[in-house]
Design a protein around this ligand. Sequence first.
Ligand code: PLP
Length: 363
Amino acid sequence: MKRFVIEREKLAENARKIQQRAGVPVIAVLKADGYGFGMAQMAEVLATEGIRMFAVTEPEDAVKLRELGYTEQDILVMRSTAMADEAYTVVQANAIATVGSPEAAQCLNEVAQGCGTQVRAHIKLDTGMGRYGFLVDQYEEIKKVYSECPGIQVTGIYTHFHSAFADEAATRAQYKQLCAITERLKADGFACGLRHAANSSGLYCYDDLMLDAVRVGSAFTGRIPAKTPTGLNRLGYLESRVIELRTVPKGHTVGYGAGYVTKAPTRIAVVPVGYTDGFSVEKKKDLYRPRDVLRYMVGELRNGRGRGNIYITVNGQRARVLGHVGLCHVSVDVTGLDVHNGDTAILDVNPLYLSPLVAKEYV
Ligand SMILES: *Cc1c(COP(=O)(O)O)cnc(C)c1O
């Protein structure tokens, strides 16, 4: 028995807090099936909380949102594409395209004109992400999207921060590059429309990079790298239960590789969740800075036998995972805790890594 539980009210509260902090329109990013939380369910809650603009990466997701009935919302497709079939999908969905290269502009312009229509688009600037976007010295090419593409109506311009959570100087430099281009466009008589740059960490690590809108995804889930607490709810948890309790003597080994040896008689609870479900598989992926990698490695060494301590919650109490997490099970130390067979176990899992076999339930 296991399910991934998502509390609607916690998401709704995050949406309210984020909009309050932003003070400008929030473009809700719903890529990767809403960061694993379900694009459709997230869109429903966020629309109820007043979100008027969505962003996705796949053109097909714009179609899905339209089919789900979001006909009033603006939908930004965040990747620039030189593929005519993708541009066609964007045009058909009446979504807002992203244009980040002369090829993408030409492709989109031709497709829109072929459909006898004009498609809205935001210009994308590559200020260091290295994917999608005009380079800042391609000013003449950017200008041509405004002046030489009758099939495209430019309604915005944006860039994407690569290190908002870690590097203030780099982030502010990226921001300045975007502003320099928009000022130049204005001086040349072009209305650049909606200017946006900040992602979740851009919004939560700085007070002054909001521009006309922010593009926020992971903050809705309360899972963002930020130095100070965000006050956002951490969304979603894996729920299972204790299926067996056992006591082993001092010196007993636990798990594959005998990764743990008990230091005293130990009461163990077994919970039928393992890395096949997505438990305990993501940690290293979240480490970008050398100093964080170092800290992680030192932590692993200090905790003995090459792994960091992992905790789950059993009957409301914190219980430490003993030994290596198995494919389908974990053993946790419940010595001295009030735990019975069948008690609820709560595990922290990122739904991006959750097995598709585990049901996600909004409650
Ligand atoms: C993913 C993404 C976002 C949202 O990033 P978060 O850090 O999850 O808020 C914003 N803009 C672009 C271009 C993205 O790809």
